[in-house]
Design a protein around this ligand. Structure first.
Ligand code: HEC
Length: 226
């Protein structure tokens, strides 16, 4: 009974070697991906994808390919780039690490998406790497929606971080009673700063989901991120 086992073991070893070699030949090349990105994508996007729209493809399997399919000004790339280019560019994007922000306090203030003016966020960068937000928005039936959340996190450009969003409900203007206030879990806020004045936000919870391209509305005098 020894020999058939050994033969099987050797067969398995050989086949895994063959598979390893095959993968080594086709493994994406991030260095080449960066070159192709600068040549092709750099015509329309920032050289550092973390500070521009290509950021949305980082860490998203098939993200680069999808962008060339759904963004109409990018569709011509389907004839410019082959599968290897796309894999290499994706590998380079996925290898990038987030960028340090020198003074995150400058992110504090009001932020909104000009395409949906009339709702928006207040961000507060707190002592001890605290980060808090308030969202001022609206429910589908027209009442106001206030969401709050906080976490311990120092934001970096190009990095997505996630906070729980609590709805603030139950209060009255007259005869205000703090005991009436409830803060049920509403959903989540995903946030990613692209630079000191631009961020992407995704709110998802009980009232639905929104994807927002935020701009800083009230930069604070004397504070600069970088
Ligand atoms: C001809 C100009 C052009 C080139 C070249 C180009 N893009 Fe874009 N890209 C755009 C435009 C325009 C948008 C959409 C911007 C908007 O909607 O605000 C976009 C958006 C994107 C997005 C966001 C997709 C989304 O879901 O919103 C990604 C990711 C992206 N590009 C990646 C790339 C990559 C990677 C390359 C190179 C392979 C590339 N782009 C080359 C013009 C270009």
């Amino acid at each position: 009974m020894q020999n058939p086992h050994r033969a099987r073991l050797i067969a398995v070893l050989i086949s895994s070697l063959v598979i390893q070699q095959a993968t080594a030949q086709t493994a994406p090349d991030a260095v080449r991906g960066q070159q192709r990105y600068l040549e092709v994508c750099g015509r329309c996007h920032e050289p550092d994808p973390r500070t521009d729209r290509p950021r949305q493809a980082i860490g998203v399997p098939g993200g680069v390919r999808t962008a060339t399919e759904v963004i109409s000004p990018m569709r011509f790339l389907q004839t410019v780039l082959d599968a290897r280019d796309i894999d290499d560019i994706q590998a380079w994007l996925d290898s990038l690490s987030p960028i340090h922000i020198r003074d995150t306090r400058a992110l504090s203030g009001a932020w909104y998406d000009p395409a949906s003016s009339g709702q928006g966020f207040s961000f507060s960068v707190l002592a001890g790497d605290g980060f808090a937000f308030v969202f001022h928005g609206h429910r589908n039936e027209g009442s106001n929606l206030t969401l709050v959340g906080s976490t311990v996190h120092r934001p970096r450009y190009g990095e997505t971080f996630r906070l729980s969003a609590l709805a603030v409900e139950g209060g009255r203007f007259g005869a205000f009673d703090p005991a009436q206030i409830r803060r049920p879990l509403w959903g989540t806020l995903e946030l990613r700063f692209l630079d000191c004045g631009r961020a992407e936000a995704r709110l998802e919870g009980r009232d639905g989901a929104q994807q927002l391209q935020l701009q800083a509305l009230t930069p604070i005098e004397g504070l600069r991120c970088d």
